[in-house]
Design a protein around this ligand. Sequence first.
Ligand code: NAD
Length: 266
Amino acid sequence: MSSIQGKVAVITGAASGIGKEIAFELSRAGALIAVADINLDGAQAVADGIVQAGGRAMGVAMDVTDEAAVDAGIASVVAELGAVDILVSNAGIQIVNPIENYAFADWKKMLAIHLDGAFLTTRAALPHMYRDDGHGNSRGGVVIYMGSVHSHEASKLKSAYVTAKHGLLGLARVLAKEGGSRGVRSHVVCPGFVRTPLVDQQIPEQSLELGISEEEVVKNVMLGQTVDGIFTTVEDVAKTVRFLAEFPSAALTGQSVVVSHGWYMQ
Ligand code: NAD
């Protein structure tokens, strides 16, 4: 039996792509799933799919940049499912542009979704992980941030994304120290390129900005540094998140785990 059987997992940005697969993977391990997304219809559809597959799940409307919405969303999860044991802070978007053309509003939007979202969801979830387990100890838990190879490497056109993804390493490391004595672990999972709507949208945009064909964007920009020219998959990322969520002790905490076909080796 999985160690997360019966645990409650909140996954943000889980209406689509990587987050959606994480929701299904953690459900297959027996966790109760809160599918949180700004797109409530999409979140509810994923929750319905999990229930149809035999799991337990709820959809939660949550704009991760909105303090009140995050607090209310986490409160609704606790009211319905009783706890928050696993938080996967995954919601994200991409806006590409060279720095000299990068709109300040876009910069602030990127940092708000990736960094404010990570902070606000963590802050809202922690009291439930720190709460007494009935035997004088904290319940504990795990927080997993969706970083990227861009938590370690830079790419042209991605100033805000690279800045935000680097920032998540800092937050995860602070949480590993603050949460260590209270049973809370934290990690950053760092995927290479994964074919989701977020990446599909970038291929024509990068082709235009860099003046190269879409095939060249995929072959050279996205996969050129991998060992085998292959995209990382949503399943690869979800299995990594599951492994970290199931790991039994703080022997593994404060780490960044790169899943990228060797694009970045730490
Ligand atoms: P996606 O576009 O498929 O899904 C992103 C989800 O986030 C969507 O359901 C969207 O509605 C939701 N979302 C957007 N803004 C939100 C907000 N303010 N509040 C709540 N939800 C919001 O993208 P994806 O590729 O699955 O990306 C998920 C995460 O993985 C992101 O953090 C992204 O940076 C990261 N990542 C993706 C790749 C990749 O190649 N696809 C690589 C590395 C890291």
